[in-house]
Design a protein around this ligand. Structure first.
Ligand code: FES
Length: 121
């Protein structure tokens, strides 16, 4: 099953994220989708250091170099394609990936999306 998230053009290269809430076993939880090096990726919006949302402004996850996802709380930085923490207080830990695929008519999430939770950039 796949759940429509957004148009492919809503995810610009190393740009602002599409934010949404995915349904998990624990209930709806915040997540975000980004595009990096042409591919789309999504993760739960919860730092591997302390489980807080990472964006300092909604949808702003990339650092100034546009090469890493960064947590605004204590500065951990993550690889956009794997979610691996490459530096900071939780180095070696991972963001929780959310399955995402891009098709001709849009970007789809493999997990159910909470109704009316999608925030486009
Ligand atoms: S909560 Fe993200 S680096 Fe500490």
């Amino acid at each position: 099953m796949a759940y429509y998230l957004c148009a492919g053009s809503d995810l610009q290269e190393s740009g602002k994220a599409v934010c949404f809430r995915v349904m998990t076993a624990r209930g709806p939880e915040p997540a975000f989708a980004i595009r990096w090096r042409g591919q789309v990726y999504a993760y739960q919006n919860s730092c591997a250091h302390v489980p807080v949302m990472m964006d300092w402004q909604t949808g702003d996850f990339f650092d100034l170099s546009r090469q890493y996802l960064i947590c605004s709380m204590h500065g951990a930085w993550y690889a956009p394609d794997t979610g691996a923490c490459l530096g900071g207080p939780c180095r070696g830990a991972y963001l929780q990936a959310v399955p995402l695929t891009e098709q001709a008519d849009g970007v789809y999430c493999g997990w159910p999306i909470e109704a009316d939770s999608i925030q486009l950039p």
